[in-house]
Design a binder for this molecule. Structure first.
Ligand code: GLY
Length: 428
């Protein structure tokens, strides 16, 4: 079986690692790939946005299955390009990917199909957006409609912050056309949880719950990032809430997409707020979360190639996935300065020392190779992941692993999982 994975981050290294572990006979390619994915398969120098180039490569090389990591190629129609050539690919069509690529589309979809989410106003100008935020009351949330590399959500807590955020969208136009329309919502308090399912157009196979930590600093201080750590299970969701999320969010969404003529296959990721009124969808993504995937895939006891082939063909032929008991953790090691202008160029030491520790796996997110050494080049650089009998053990192993890795500009959070552990952390 020849498999192509699209992407080059920590999530894609985890996908390639899982394929190597569970389907060792696979001929594996990754486009464009990274020094991490090269531990598992061959890199292919095609950009993730070059959808026709990727389809051309898959046709030429007889690729049997393609799996898409990031949202950009999905929003550009990579699945449509592959299907037009009769190539098998696991992911949503461009039309279905609007659940992530247009926040306004997703919100209107949720209202149409009764998926729980907060009130909203769509604003094309500064005055409408400001009026809506003041009507909801502060704090309020302003979101760019289009894809903004995880940076398009601003939470404003004071009139001054609101004015500054309105400037960002409507004067500076920081998000370009992605921010020309703005979704304004009331702020929903609570703990965030990620709920991810594999979909075949009709059915959802739920993954274990997970939780990511988006802010750069301990105690959720500072700006949002792509994610500074994650664990699975989330540890704060009851079985009854899992059932509600499956019924009211995941299955209702897949049924709604099918009813609207845009069936959803691929990965559906609901970013949820566990609010006092029950789970509410903050946003949908149409791919695995990063760094949630790194924690989740460590626990997945399935052959991902079989699974994704079945999903791409429209029938998983089963209703549940097997997960390793216990817990898993992913810690993100970043370069200082991230999520702004990050340092770059230090030599990384200690990756093999971390890997030699029981239960620890290290994925590359932003590294380069120079003279036989790994260089820290990205904002997010490495993911130190660990499994354990429970969250406490997985966290201890991951933090010990992370301590063995060093470079001068290394930065990380020291409180991943701490708040959940303080609650007991024994739930899903
Ligand atoms: N961890 C958040 C995301 O993948 O969007």
């Amino acid at each position: 079986m020849r498999v192509l994975v699209i992407g080059n981050g920590g999530r894609e290294h985890a996908l390639c690692w899982l394929i190597r572990e569970r389907a060792p006979g696979t001929d594996l390619y990754c486009a464009p790939g990274s020094p991490g994915t090269e531990e598992c398969g061959e890199s292919v120098a095609i950009d993730v946005a070059d959808t026709l180039g990727l389809a051309g490569f898959a046709a030429e090389r007889g690729i049997d299955l393609t799996v898409v990591g990031p949202e950009l190629p999905l929003s550009l129609g990579v699945v449509d390009a592959f299907r037009q050539r009769g190539l098998r690919i696991f992911g949503p069509s461009r039309a279905a990917a609007r659940l992530e690529s247009s926040k306004v589309f997703a919100k209107e979809f949720m209202y149409r199909h009764g998926v729980p989410t907060s009130d909203f106003v769509v604003a094309d100008d500064r005055e409408t957006a400001g009026r809506a935020a003041r009507r909801f009351g502060l704090p309020a949330v302003l979101k760019a409609d289009g894809l903004a590399a995880g940076k398009g959500v601003l939470i404003v807590s004071s009139p001054e912050e609101l004015e500054a955020a309105l400037d960002v969208f409507f004067v500076d136009r920081r998000f370009g056309s992605a921010g020309a329309r703005v979704l304004v919502e009331p702020f929903v308090p609570g703990e965030e949880v990620s709920f991810i399912g594999f979909c075949d157009g009709r059915r959802v196979l739920p993954l274990a719950t997970s939780k990511d930590y988006k802010r750069i600093g301990d105690d959720d201080a500072g700006p949002n990032t792509g994610g500074m750590g994650a664990h699975s299970p989330a540890g704060i969701v009851s079985e009854a809430q899992v059932a509600d999320i499956m019924n009211d969010v995941m299955e209702r969404t897949v049924a709604g997409m099918a009813a609207d003529g845009t069936p959803f296959s691929g990965v559906l990721y609901a970013g949820l707020m566990m609010s006092p009124d029950g789970p509410q969808v903050l946003e949908f993504n149409v791919r695995l979360g990063d760094p949630e995937a790194q924690a989740l895939l460590l626990r997945l006891e399935e052959d991902p190639v079989d699974l994704f082939v079945a999903g791409a063909e429209g029938d998983f032929g089963r209703s549940a996935l097997a997960f390793r008991a216990g817990a898993s953790v992913c810690l993100v090691l970043a370069n200082q300065g991230y999520p702004g202008k990050a340092a770059s160029g230090d030599v990384i030491e200690g990756i093999e020392a971390a890997r030699s520790q029981e239960g620890v796996v290290v994925f590359h997110a932003g590294t380069d190779r120079r003279n036989g050494e790994f260089i820290a080049t990205g904002g997010r650089v490495l993911n130190v992941c660990a499994v354990g009998e429970d969250l406490d053990q997985a966290l201890s192993r991951a933090y010990e692993g992370a301590d063995r890795i060093n470079w001068p500009a290394k930065a990380m959070r020291s409180d991943i999982g701490r708040r959940v552990l303080a609650t007991g952390g024994g739930l899903s």
